[in-house]
Write a protein that binds this ligand. Structure first.
Ligand code: LM2
Ligand code: CA
Length: 483
């Protein structure tokens, strides 16, 4: 389904990239649940290759479907899913099902395998389960993205390509995913979906179980979002997949980053029809993000994507994303890395054992964990999105340039100043008269505001002043943070 299967009034998920299951379980209880997040995309939970240096990408090289990975054991995974569901937070699994490992010989669950011979006894898959005979390129690899046959049937960067059209292969994948559904997982990111035939994926989805009714209600289907990088110019389109689920709309983060960076003459005012107005897929078909684990380090989709390295602009882009009613947002939650090393794994002891996430008194993270989702300007916007609900955009205002404002019906209102001069303006907020807490400059706690207080007059207007030199040149208010 395209429905994220969220608990009521939760609209923002977070990708806890490379986090351990024990940490995610704690995070659901102590933070994500209370702060109104809807779900967590987790790193691939199945057995993966162990590659020298322990790069993050070893997890995109499956060895078997045993649930023992760098993030933890099967028991820890089950405990996490239960505790997160109890906290009102859904788990979405990154399902790597297009291929198996190209490197290594012993997996994270201890299984021996031979990638050269395509022998993966932990599943088991053997040479017969891979599609080499269907691939017509000289190298056996994908060489030309203008040829859909090779994009689907040949090897992606040398990774042995599974014959998903074969019943035995499909059934092993279905068995794996149904095991996860029975544990209580609410959905899947389908990794490398561009490299699988839509009809095979449709067959696969049709064989998935309903979600457990005691947690989700009767007849609920798993949420599916396909990773199909479509920035235009290739014969494979994201719309080849939207009839079966959502698709990651990579144009969203690319275009939004360009606008906030003011590249190619872009301006914030052009965002007034962001979404289909910019040639993107329909709202209900899209899963969106500013950046993801690939393009923040130069893998996957191209473009000058904003990341935590550009924190000020990143907060602006994220605030717009969460205020604007389009798509299902997944916030990237990163660990710090050396930009000259695109393989660097998560904070660890040097032997491939991932460190615990450190939580500071001010809610931020330490120990090399960035935790964008714990930045005040970001977690407060997740609450803004919940307060805005399904209200439409109203009261759009712009100065013809990089100052914009809009409301979400009569529930929430945001102003952004990305020009290099200050904003000084009476604006219509659409909100009821009263005093509101600006959730960019502070928090609304126990009925009090630690940031700026914004007064909305009886006619719904307020006088807004935002200097361009402010750390966060934005103001955001909503009815759930009214004084
Ligand atoms: C994805 N989406 O389609 C993931 O989002 C992306 O992170 C995965 O690539 C990719 N598909 C395959 O699941 C990553 C990483 C690659 C890495 C692969 C496999 O971006 O760089 O490739 O995982 O681990 C690595 C080496 C590459 C080598 C390959 C096979 O970087 O040089 O190719 O392993 O040995 C010869
Ligand atoms: Ca394939």
């Amino acid at each position: 389904t395209k429905d994220p299967n969220s608990a009521p009034n939760r609209h923002t998920a977070v990708h806890l990239f490379e986090w351990k299951w024990t940490d995610i379980a704690n995070e659901c209880e102590r933070f994500l649940g209370p702060y109104g997040f809807s779900g967590v995309q987790v790193s691939p939970p199945n057995e993966h290759a162990l590659i020298d240096g322990r790069p993050w990408w070893q997890r995109y090289q499956p060895v078997s479907y045993k649930l023992q990975s760098r993030s933890g054991s099967e028991a820890e995974f089950i405990d996490m899913v239960n505790r997160c569901n109890n906290a009102g937070v859904r788990i979405y699994v990154d399902a790597v099902i297009n291929h198996m490992a190209a490197g290594g010989n012993r997996g994270s669950a201890g299984t021996s395998y031979n990638p050269g011979a395509k022998d993966f006894p932990g599943v088991p898959f053997s040479a017969w389960d891979f599609g080499d005979s269907l691939c017509k390129t000289g190298s056996g690899n994908i060489e030309n993205y203008n040829d859909p046959d090779q994009v689907r049937n040949c090897k992606l960067v040398g990774l042995p390509d599974l014959l998903v059209s074969k019943d035995f292969v499909l059934d092993k994948i279905v068995e794996f995913m149904n095991r996860l559904i029975n544990i209580g997982v609410a959905g899947f990111r389908i990794d490398a979906a561009k490299h699988m035939w839509p009809n095979d994926l449709n067959k696969l989805i049709g064989k998935l179980n309903n979600l457990p009714s005691q947690t989700f209600g009767n007849n609920k289907r798993p949420f599916i979002y396909f990773e199909v990088i479509d920035l235009g110019g290739e014969p494979i389109k994201n719309t080849d997949y939207t009839w079966m689920g959502r698709v990651s709309e990579f144009r969203y983060g690319k275009f939004l980053s360009e606008v906030v960076r003011k590249k190619f003459g872009q301006k914030l005012k052009y965002l007034n029809n962001f979404g289909t107005g910019w040639g993107m897929i329909p709202d209900g078909d899209a899963q969106i993000m500013v950046d993801n684990h690939d393009n923040q380090r130069g893998h996957g989709a191209g473009g000058d994507i904003l990341t935590f390295f550009d924190s000020r602009l990143y907060k602006i882009a994220t605030a717009f994303m969460l205020a604007w009613p389009y798509g299902y947002p997944v916030i990237m939650s990163s660990y710090n890395f050396n930009r000259n090393n695109d393989a660097q794994g998560p904070p660890s002891d040097g032997n491939g054992n991932t460190n615990n996430v450190i939580i500071n008194a001010d809610l931020s993270c330490g120990g090399g964990w960035i935790c964008e989702h714990r930045w005040r300007q970001i977690y407060n916007m997740a609450r803004f999105r919940n307060a805005a609900g399904f209200q439409p955009v109203q009261n759009w205002w712009d100065n013809g340039n990089n100052q914009i404002a809009f409301s979400r019906g009569n529930k929430a209102f945001i102003v952004i100043n990305n020009d290099d001069h200050s904003l000084d303006q009476w604006l219509q907020t659409g909100l009821p008269q009263g005093q509101y807490c600006d959730i960019m400059s502070g928090n609304f706690e126990q009925g009090r505001c630690t940031g700026k207080v914004i007064t909305v007059e009886g006619d719904g207007r307020t006088k807004v002043t935002i200097s361009n030199s402010e750390e966060d040149p934005m103001i955001a208010i909503h009815v759930d943070a009214k004084l």
